[in-house]
Design a protein around this ligand. Structure first.
Ligand code: ATP
Ligand code: MG
Length: 338
């Protein structure tokens, strides 16, 4: 388990995460709690939101036991009915934070940065800076809140083998953070196939329950799914697995109030509707399943010279605006003024 190098100042993230051990106070034995943990349930909210049929897959869990566990979870949670007024929701949403991109222009079109509690996706062709942005965010997430950070740790699912600690250290230096502490605070896992990508995501709950994590990076979402499922014949199966993965990402973002940031590749589709594709007919891979899961979607493209352009394509609270940025040794930045 990680050490608490970067726990939040006010502990607000910890306070709403109810550890699954709390079920003990409502009559659930330690042995059953251990089985729930082994099955990937680490919080009371995860048990409360679990389908009964999934709990029944745990060895020794009967209908009666599953119901008892769910009842205990209901008793542990302050509002287990799920009904809230919009005003109460506003209070809960005050927990949400934004992580700066490293570029003022980009932050301003995103009203401060990438938001916690939901999934954000950037997609674009190779070399447009998706992985560089991921590196910058992994540093920014550790910065003080008044400098666009979230004062927390970062988890990184690397599906392409492109995570570079050296880059993190360079970016940390730009922002005056200790480079060694900064890389210590990033938990990386290399996924070799799409099954593993999902498994490691489930395992991360064990770390997130500490309340120390603020950002989860998936770079990239689709690379392994595209290799593991080939052709039309396997498309249905791929989309089903992908849907499960995205649903878990979404639940993780909400359960732990973490910002989930994922990168995505593009494919050429001249016939694609303007709704999904950029002006050049490129659209993100993964189809409707990914489109529905991403709360915020941003298209990246190359601009003039070394410049790159980010365009918001879908967001519940930001208009469709564009920002220009460059990639520097210190990460994503604003273009130099001429
Ligand atoms: P892919 O789809 O292949 O994964 P990507 O969008 O993730 O592409 P990145 O790896 O984020 O692309 O960006 C690559 C770009 O970043 C290259 O143009 C490279 O020159 C630039 N780059 C990498 N390191 C540095 C650095 N230290 N300083 C400046 N630019 C850099
Ligand atoms: Mg990349």
């Amino acid at each position: 388990m990680p050490t608490s190098v970067a726990s939040s100042e006010d502990g607000e993230n910890e306070s709403f995460i109810v550890d699954i051990d709390q079920l003990q106070s409502h009559g659930i034995g330690q042995a059953d709690i251990l089985k729930l943990k082994a099955a990937g349930y680490h919080t009371v909210a995860a048990v409360h939101g679990a389908m009964t049929k999934h709990l029944l897959k745990i060895k020794g869990f009967s209908e009666i036991k599953a119901e008892k566990v769910k009842e205990a979870a209901r008793k542990c949670l302050p509002n287990s009915t799920g009904f809230t007024t919009s005003a109460e929701l506003l209070q809960i949403r005050k927990r949400c934070f934004r992580i700066s991109t490293g570029s003022k222009q980009w932050d301003s079109i995103l009203l401060g940065g990438f938001q916690s509690g939901s999934i954000s996706e950037v997609f674009g062709e190779f070399r447009c800076g998706k992985t560089q942005l991921a590196h910058t965010l992994a540093v920014m997430a550790q910065m003080p809140k008044d400098r666009g950070g979230a004062e927390g740790k970062v988890a990184w699912i690397d599906t392409e083998g492109t995570h570079r600690p050296e880059r993190i250290m360079q970016i940390a230096e730009r922002f005056g953070l200790d480079p060694h502490t900064t890389i210590e605070n990033i938990l990386c896992v290399r996924a070799e196939n799409s099954d593993m990508q999902h498994e490691v995501l489930c395992q991360l709950a064990e770390y997130f329950v500490t309340g120390e994590y603020r950002l989860l990076i998936v770079d990239s979402l689709m690379a392994l799914f595209r290799v593991d499922y080939i052709g039309r014949g396997e498309l249905n199966e791929r989309q089903q697995k992908l849907n499960q993965h995205l649903s878990k990402l979404c639940k993780t973002a909400e359960e732990f109030n973490i910002a989930v940031f994922m990168t995505n590749q593009v494919q050429s589709d001249p016939g694609a509707s303007a709704l999904f594709a950029g002006a050049d007919g490129r659209k993100p891979v993964g189809g409707h399943v990914v489109a529905h899961a991403s709360t915020t979607r941003i298209l990246l493209r190359k601009g003039r010279g070394e410049e790159r352009v980010a365009k918001i394509q879908d967001s519940p609270d930001c208009p469709e605006r564009e920002a220009t940025y460059i990639i520097t040794t210190g990460g994503i930045n604003d273009p130099e003024k001429v």
